[in-house]
Design a protein around this ligand. Structure first.
Ligand SMILES: [Zn+2]
Length: 149
């Protein structure tokens, strides 16, 4: 793949990741929305309105905002020549995102979710298992249900 084509795909994916995270953070900012409250309870077991959950809620908000902010920082990508079982990956302690040869051939929604996943490893320093919970929550939090506004 020509370098400029890969670069334009990565640029677009980075912008889309910012948009996804903007939606999540906007949704999480609506405290008195029953749909948001229920989803946060279902996914994170945190009740936005409970005083004894305030610290966990603050940390959750902070983490999502930090993740969004991390896409405004200098991002370094390495396009690897080989395919890999991972579409992309990071090495612990190193913010460089490695993209496998099949990255640009994968659907945009998968690529963007993976980029957010890898940034979460780097800036939140959280485990793969924790991110497996975090990522489906993007889908839930950005999806409007029939009953929500
Ligand atoms: Zn991971």
């Amino acid at each position: 793949m020509a370098l400029h084509l890969a670069t334009s795909i990565i640029d677009r994916d980075t912008i889309d990741a910012q948009k996804w995270l903007d939606v999540v953070n906007t949704r999480l900012g609506i405290r008195n929305n029953a749909d948001v409250r229920q989803k946060v309870i279902n996914i994170f077991h945190i009740d936005i309105l409970r005083a004894d959950h305030a610290a966990q809620w603050a940390k959750l908000r902070h983490n999502w905002l930090r993740l969004r902010q991390s896409f405004d920082e200098q991002l370094t990508f390495i396009c690897e020549k080989k395919t890999n079982i991972f579409l992309c990956w990071v090495v612990q302690g190193d913010p460089i995102v490695h993209l496998s040869a099949q990255y640009t051939k994968s659907p945009p929604s998968i690529r963007i979710a993976k980029l957010i996943h890898e940034r979460a490893h780097t800036v939140l320093n959280i485990s793969h298992a924790t991110i497996q919970i975090l990522l489906p929550s993007i889908r839930l939090l950005t999806m409007r249900t029939a009953t929500s506004g």
